[in-house]
Design a protein around this ligand. Structure first.
Ligand code: GLA
Length: 766
């Protein structure tokens, strides 16, 4: 761990009032406060928006906010990490069992064991700066703001009876109102401790009535936004898996009932930086107090700490926005760009990718791929990715998974002829891999039938004809690392599409229940080591579409596959929801065939491109079979994408309309200096006779003049920022009459002149 002394300029971010044992974290537009009570319990004081020009935050009369009379004193206590112990029957973030008890037990007391009671009491605190994040990627590529040292508050707690230590860690990113929280457990007792339930943090919301915005879905329907009331009792969103899951995603936005919209209202948001079994459990008490525990999903979780052992959890990244759901999204996006993604640089962009899957599926030939590569290069594609089917006996999905050797039948001279052709055409080469999986019909399985998750002597389930490798075994992790490292050493491969195509079942492992986090640790370690050894390698996370998207994997991956569903009619929903938590830059989106392979719909080329150009553009259609006109259109649109991509990939996102709210999705991205903006409208469904509302643009310089142009370079006019922000883009309010039921366009706005502002600027975004 790279620990430095506190930078004096940060002294105002975390302040400590020793007389009250009060810790106040002061961020750009919000605060977060906690304190140690006289009995040693560390409780939440409050958090929320705060005007940037609010003076020093003096907090007094804090006992007046406590509610000690709820049944008995402890029930309403807002402990910073609620633990199973003291008097508590509500949900907790930590439950441990002390498995042995030192010394003589009174006669007849053995059945009382193990001791399931932990009482966390304040010991001391420290403030540090820590260049190694709670997200702790060790990929060897700097994050964008690597030079910025952020302050970390560490509060040391200890069980009241045993030397079992818990450290609550708060790393602060004040400019985005974000705190990364994680927990470190240290067992200094002489006995084993079983951790049965463990959150990375407990969060307390101000008293009130709340709604939750999150995403829900399924394979091919990932990320669809859901807004629901939070009622008394427990509301849980979770996934019990070795990946993040399609059905829900580990982020939340909590807002007071009815009070928050896209642009306004206080929104408490958070996201887990973990890619395995996760859970976000909200509990609304009978008093209407709302708390949340975010961390490992507990059903089959257990972590045993021997004497001296330490466990450090991943992070819960959380904060509060004072400017609505959009403001929460922009904070999470900026945080991911600056502090999570590996190797982000402002002048380097996600390349335009071609992927062979929907073009050829398992029907791979060297000649066929070279033909595709030629067509791709002519269109302006920059990265050519060969998908599933290139290795071992993998001519279909029933065999070969696990055998990461190039198929001699398909490529008698290895991949070199294809890679050389791709490189001569001016593109980089990428390859599909699925390193956590194995077909029983594979050489690897025949050699090591015990390398899969299973319970001995019991049936096991195959999904897509495959089993899950046991990453609890160091030799399995080593074998997979060596296989992938061998490919990268032998060939000029600079991109892996890293897939994961089934959920876990029968999770028997050599490490027992620890497999839930051991698998993720093994996965991360392979990615990190590969990236260190091969610094030019980029990785795209994929799990049967968008099944592994979270801030943990984004610490290792440059982009993610959003969904196997490439139909823009569905994608508009998927991408709107994806963007709630994750930035457009990482959102890989392909243009595929006019007859969509997932839904059978016929989709206009404009709509396919306009939706795909909102993220990292990819091409997935059978491009060597297109007409000359179609190829020319692809080439023109890809060229236009390259012009707008600095704004799409680096800019701040404003969702002017979500498709769920009226059939129209409108996205606008703006560079922070307001010099350029991209406006993208997709009218998915509009009734005849229905006129659209004005989609007012955001965050432009009001006094500046912007020239607006389309993909053909046609100049559509010059408008002031003030006009576009007051009236919207001319031409988009028209009636949904004949021929315009489905339409879309993407426009680039470039600042061409500044006018003198009439009044002095009001300053920051409101
Ligand atoms: C998954 C991926 C697809 C493709 C196939 C290959 O379904 O999501 O994009 O790579 O696997 O088998």
């Amino acid at each position: 761990m790279n620990v430095f002394e506190m930078d004096p300029t940060m002294s105002e971010v975390i302040t400590v009032d020793d007389s009250q044992k009060l810790f106040v974290i002061r961020m750009q537009r919000s605060f977060y406060a906690l304190r140690a009570l006289p009995d040693g319990q560390v409780v939440h004081v409050g958090s929320g928006p705060l005007a940037p020009d609010a003076g020093p935050l003096h907090l007094a009369g804090l006992d007046g906010y406590e509610d000690p009379n709820y049944v008995c004193e402890q029930q309403g206590r807002r402990a910073e990490l609620l633990a199973f112990g003291d008097i508590s029957y509500h949900d907790v973030g930590l439950k441990v069992a002390f498995l042995e008890v030192a010394g003589q037990l009174p006669k007849g007391h053995a059945p009382h064991l193990p001791v399931r009671d932990v009482r966390l009491r304040y010991q001391r605190h420290e403030i540090r700066t820590d260049a190694a994040p709670g997200l702790s990627p060790t990929h060897g590529r700097a994050i964008r703001r690597a030079a910025v040292l952020r302050p970390v508050l560490i509060v040391h707690l200890q069980d009241a009876a045993y030397d079992f230590r818990v450290r609550l860690c708060y790393r602060v990113t004040p400019e985005y109102d974000i705190i990364e929280r994680w927990v470190e457990l240290e067992n200094q007792t002489a006995q084993h401790v079983a951790v049965e339930s463990l959150a990375f943090a407990s969060i307390h919301f101000p008293p009130g009535r709340y709604e939750l915005t999150r995403s829900a879905g399924a394979w091919a329907r990932e990320f669809v936004p859901v807004r629901q009331n939070i009622e008394q009792g427990v509301t849980e969103i979770s996934h019990r898996g070795l990946n993040t899951g399609h059905a829900s995603n580990p982020f939340y936005m909590v807002h007071e009932h009815g009070s928050a919209g896209e642009d306004a209202g206080a929104v408490y948001f958070g996201a887990l930086a973990f890619s395995g079994n996760w859970s976000l459990r909200f509990e609304m008490l009978p008093t209407d107090a709302l708390r949340m525990h975010g961390g490992y999903e507990a059903t089959d979780f257990s972590l045993t700490l021997g004497p001296g052992a330490v466990h450090r959890t991943p992070a819960l990244v959380h904060g509060v926005a004072d400017n609505g759901i959009g403001g929460a999204s922009r904070r999470l996006h900026a945080f991911a760009r600056d502090y999570v993604l590996p190797g982000y640089q402002d002048d380097q962009f996600r390349p335009v990718l071609f992927n062979s899957w929907e073009a050829t599926y398992f029907d791979i030939t060297l000649e066929g791929q070279i033909n595709l590569a030629r067509a791709a290069a002519q269109m302006g594609v920059e990265l050519f990715c060969l998908d599933d089917g290139w290795f071992g006996s993998r001519r279909h999905d029933r065999a070969g998974l696990g055998d990461w050797a190039v198929s001699q039948d398909l490529f008698p001279n290895g991949l070199t002829p294809l890679i050389e052709a791709v490189k001569e055409l001016g593109m980089r080469f990428g390859l599909w891999v699925e390193p956590e999986m194995i077909n029983p019909d594979s050489d690897l399985y025949r050699a090591h039938p015990d390398w899969v998750l299973h319970f001995p002597g019991r049936p096991r389930t195959e999904a897509r004809n495959q089993l899950v490798l046991d990453y609890g075994r160091p030799e399995v992790v080593e074998h997979i690392f060596a296989a992938l490292d061998g490919l990268l050493s032998r060939y000029d491969i600079t991109f892996f599409k890293w897939d994961m195509n089934r959920y876990a079942s029968e999770p028997g492992s050599v490490v027992g229940k620890a497999i839930w986090h051991a698998h993720v640790a093994g996965l991360y370690s392979i990615m990190d080591r590969l990236r260190q050894a091969h610094p030019r390698l980029d990785i795209q996370s994929c799990a049967g579409g968008g099944g592994r998207v979270d801030l943990g994997i984004l610490g290792r991956c440059d982009q993610v596959w959003t969904s196997d569903n490439t139909d823009p009619f569905d994608r508009a929903y998927i991408q709107d929801g994806f963007s709630l938590a994750y930035p457009p830059r990482v959102m890989e989106a392909w243009v595929t065939h006019d007859h969509n392979h997932q839904t059978g719909r016929v989709v206009p080329l404009d709509l396919r491109f306009d939706l795909a150009m909102r993220g990292a553009l990819g091409i997935g259609s059978n491009i060597d079979k297109l007409s000359a006109d179609e190829r020319a259109a692809y080439r023109r649109k890809i060229g236009f994408y390259k012009t707008i991509r600095p704004v799409v990939q680096n800019g701040d996102l404003y969702r002017l309309a979500r498709v769920q709210d009226g059939g129209v999705s409108v996205w606008q991205t703006v560079l922070p200096d307001q010099s350029q903006s991209v406006y993208s409208i997709a009218v998915i469904q509009q009734l005849q006779g229905h006129h659209l509302p004005a989609y007012r643009l955001r965050a432009l310089a009001p006094a500046a003049i912007y020239a607006v142009r389309d993909e053909n370079g046609a100049r559509l006019g010059r408008y002031s920022g003030a006009q576009l922000m007051a009236l919207g883009m001319p031409g988009d309010q028209r009636n949904g009459g004949l021929g315009c039921a489905v339409r879309s366009r993407t426009l680039l706005l470039e600042k061409v002149a500044d006018q003198e502002p009439r009044y002095p600027s009001m300053g920051a975004e409101t």
